[in-house]
Design a protein around this ligand. Structure first.
Ligand code: 5GP
Length: 190
């Protein structure tokens, strides 16, 4: 997606070879026009997948996921990273290791929001080592629903997330794939 790549080149900051800071348009301040376009790109790609629901994880996955949900006219469920005091009924839970924060957190979804046989599209802001998407896909499968695709805003293609998820049979569609990066340099695959 040209617009997104240009934005990354203009405003993204590679903190090192592993972590990209995009807090001026995706992770802290939000560019709503770009988010609208991101929603259109994903929904255009997945429009014939009969998606019943979008699933993401708080916090940064929520904004792009809302725009996809709006375009596909389906509900969005976002996994919580801590157990809400109000969540009394059953829930699914998986552990996720975050390499950017160097800690493990929970990924929690109420059982009442994922139904068996639903076609679910996972959306997230980044794909790195695949841990967040993997935890979401395990929850979806525990609920006997189907992971119909994984939509990623920024994929870091030099980390192993894609291969881990593809090994499990999931299709990944990314809007920007970074081949390599370092301070002052970001290179895309195409
Ligand atoms: P994974 O679980 O695939 O290792 O990492 C995905 C999650 O970690 C995303 O939900 C995102 O919040 C965070 N993340 C991974 N890499 C980056 C990065 O380079 N920059 C930022 N800002 N977040 C990242």
């Amino acid at each position: 997606m040209r617009l997104l790549k240009d934005k990354i080149l203009k405003e993204g900051i590679a903190l090192n070879r592993e972590v990209l800071k995009v807090d001026s348009f995706l992770n802290h301040q939000i560019d709503p026009i770009l988010m609208k376009k991101i929603g259109e790109e994903f929904s255009d790609y997945f429009k014939n997948y009969n998606i019943d629901k979008i699933v993401t994880i708080e916090t940064s996955g929520v904004v792009p996921a809302v725009f996809v949900a709006l375009n596909l006219n389906v509900p969005l469920v976002f996994a919580k990273k801590s157990l809400p005091g109000t969540l009394r009924e059953g829930f699914y839970s998986e552990k996720v290791f975050s390499f950017t924060k160097n800690k493990t957190y929970d990924c929690i979804v109420s059982k009442k929001f994922i139904n068996s046989n639903e076609n679910i599209l996972i959306i997230d802001d980044f794909l790195a080592h695949g841990n967040a998407a993997l935890a979401l896909s395990k929850i979806i499968e525990k609920a006997e629903a189907k992971v119909s695709g994984i939509g990623i805003v920024i994929e870091k293609g030099f980390q192993q997330g894609r291969s881990i998820l593809e090994e499990r049979g999931y299709e990944i569609f990314s809007l920007a794939r970074i081949e390599k990066m370092d301070k002052g340099e970001i290179v895309f695959f195409d």
